[in-house]
Design a binder for this molecule. Structure first.
Ligand SMILES: [Cu+2]
Length: 145
């Protein structure tokens, strides 16, 4: 399996992979857009990465991204987790919160090494949880502004 397939499997998009592979210099030809400098928030580009931990937490538990920013979750544990911002799926309503007008989101079951990304287009505070571990307090927060 080549670098492209590995990167695709890790959830990276075409442009990110090209950047990672060092092909960004081709942008001088106009073939590719420029790669965003690290850490600069750009719409549609990952702003923050959150991992799941073996002690049933999101790390970091709270992140802030700009409107249009993408958060990517990566399951670095052998345990199945979810990233669920859907009030209909929470046992305790306090474990989920969406700003008015925001659509619910749910990763579905994420096995080891799975990656899930969500782009936040509505500003406000989001509280999400892990379906298998809601009762254990596996809850995270995204602030979009
Ligand atoms: Cu979990």
């Amino acid at each position: 399996m080549g670098a492209w397939e590995r990167a695709r499997g890790a959830g990276y998009g075409r442009r990110e992979i090209l950047c990672m592979l060092g092909l960004a210099s081709l942008s001088a030809t106009g073939l590719l857009g420029a790669c965003a400098p690290a850490g600069m928030p750009v719409a549609g580009v990952v702003a923050v990465e959150v991992t799941m931990t073996d002690d049933l937490k999101y790390a970091p538990a709270e992140v802030t991204v700009p409107v249009g920013g993408m958060v990517r979750w990566r399951n670095t544990t052998p345990i199945v987790h979810t990233v669920t911002g859907d009030p209909a799926k929470a046992v305790n309503p306090a474990n989920v919160k969406l700003p008015p007008g925001a659509q619910p989101f749910d990763s579905g079951e994420m096995p080891a090494n799975a990656v899930f990304s969500h782009t936040f287009t509505v500003p406000g505070e989001y509280v999400y949880f892990c379906i298998p571990h809601e009762a254990a307090g596996m809850v995270g927060k995204v602030t979009v502004r």
